[in-house]
Design a protein around this ligand. Structure first.
Ligand SMILES: [Zn+2]
Ligand SMILES: [Zn+2]
Ligand SMILES: [Zn+2]
Length: 167
């Protein structure tokens, strides 16, 4: 990545949702895509558990995540997940999306954590959206399949899951 103003290499600061140019001091925010994700042109160390291409550093709602440019899956730190979904729900408002039933096959799927390589734990997410998320307790990250974050963000508040899963 190079500075759009002066062409010098940009530095991606940890935890920040923008890049800094060490030469001219410019601040650079990548364009948001239609999911509100700003993708930095810099690969992270882990690969996408679904397509095996390197995950890219990215930001959403001001928080840093890892993003697969091919399938649009996301690796989101657990610490920011709750705040992020609240913020997106406030931003987007519910669009009357009717959640589809959870896909039981997703609970049986086993993917490896992009950060430590160990198997992730597939479980139903207790919040809105009726989704199955994969998490790694060791790395404190959640993997969201393509479109799942938007399902959480856009499901109406008053919608209550038909069945609850204690695990
Ligand atoms: Zn510059
Ligand atoms: Zn992918
Ligand atoms: Zn892990």
């Amino acid at each position: 990545m190079n500075c759009p103003s002066c062409g010098a290499p940009l530095h991606l600061e940890p935890e920040q949702d923008h890049c800094l140019c060490g030469y001219c001091g410019g601040v650079y925010y990548p364009e948001q895509n239609e999911e509100g994700v700003r993708v930095f042109g810099e690969a992270a160390s882990g690969a996408c558990p679904l397509c095996a291409v390197p995950l890219m550093h990215a930001a959403i709602g001001g928080a840093r995540i890892l993003y697969c440019g091919r399938c649009r899956g996301m690796l989101i730190p657990m610490e920011i997940f709750g705040g992020l979904t609240d913020e997106l729900r406030a931003q987007l408002g519910s669009r009357g999306l009717i959640p589809r039933p959870p896909d039981a096959r997703e609970l049986d799927r086993h993917i490896a954590c992009p950060q430590c390589g160990e198997g992730m734990d597939a479980h139903r997410y207790g919040g809105p959206g009726n989704i199955v998320i994969d998490s790694c307790e060791k790395c404190h990250v959640n993997w969201l399949d393509p479109g799942e974050l938007m399902r959480v963000a856009r499901t109406p508040d008053h919608w209550i899951p038909a069945e609850s899963d204690p695990g």
